[in-house]
Design a binder for this molecule. Structure first.
Ligand SMILES: Nc1ncnc2c1ncn2[C@@H]1O[C@H](COP(=O)(O)OP(=O)(O)OP(=O)(O)O)[C@@H](O)[C@H]1O
Length: 228
């Protein structure tokens, strides 16, 4: 088992390549996230954070470069192999929770596990455990519309961790919350990550949050620069 959970090598990405509207976003990104390490990625708006997170999480493909998850090269995998690897290896959190509105908090955490062939009873037990760890046991039966913004985002964290991924990728995970709630909810996320020994790459505009992570990198002119 590799002690580098995410290894990006020479990642390049241009949208609308070969057309007059071509947008070169990533021009040789090298970035490694070690086991148990939590890395903050800061960048100006439009610098390509979401693009990079999507490539790292196998939601999008690079034009060039290598993506290794837990030491395994992902670029050569077909669509089915990538989908399986994504479900097993990666948890995603976005700025907006993207919970399924017609399902309860617990069901939103159970469903991705069923998609990963976990038996229902085990999936329900795991959902209850995760909800308890973020202080939401009392809200398990509530639908997203019945939860506050901070509660919705805590459920989204639980969902991201439901399948025990090796890597958490988060895109402005508290960007939609007021500063005080953002601080508390980020604390809940960090506690979850630390408890499970997860590796994480977390994009944020918030330098106070970035300072609470192990390392800060900056995405600048299509490349990754070590900040701290
Ligand atoms: N599908 C697409 N087609 C063409 N251009 C795109 C596409 N997706 C993103 N872009 C462009 O690529 C650049 C990087 O976008 P991206 O969303 O990765 O930035 P970001 O750093 O996440 O920005 P923000 O912080 O504002 O969310 C932007 O200039 C954007 O307009």
């Amino acid at each position: 088992m590799s002690d580098v959970v995410l290894d990006l090598r020479g990642i390049e990405k241009t949208y609308n390549k070969g057309t007059p509207g071509a947008v070169s976003v990533l021009s040789g990104v090298d970035l490694r996230v070690k086991a148990g390490e939590v890395v903050a990625m800061v960048a100006p708006s439009g610098a390509g954070k979401s693009t990079l997170l999507h490539i790292a999480g196998l939601l999008d493909t690079a034009d060039a470069g290598q993506v290794l998850l837990s030491g395994r090269e992902m670029v050569g995998l077909g669509d089915a192999g990538r989908t399986t690897a994504r479900r097993r290896e990666v948890g995603f959190v976005y700025q907006f929770h993207h919970l399924l509105p017609e399902f309860t908090a617990a069901e939103n955490i159970v469903l991705p596990q069923l998609a990963n062939a976990v038996p229902r009873a085990a999936a329900e037990a795991r959902a209850a455990e995760l909800l308890a760890s973020v202080g939401l046991t009392e809200r398990a039966g509530h639908r997203p519309s019945q939860l506050s913004g901070g509660e919705q985002q805590r459920v989204a964290f639980c969902r991201a961790l439901a399948n025990e991924p090796a890597l958490l990728l988060a895109d402005e995970p508290t960007g939609n919350l007021d500063p005080a709630t953002s601080d508390t909810v980020f604390g809940a996320l960090m506690a979850l990550v630390r408890d499970t020994g997860l590796s994480a790459l977390i994009a944020t505009h918030n330098m106070d949050l970035a300072a609470r992570m192990d390392r800060v990198v900056r995405l600048d002119a299509g490349r990754i620069v070590q900040e701290r």
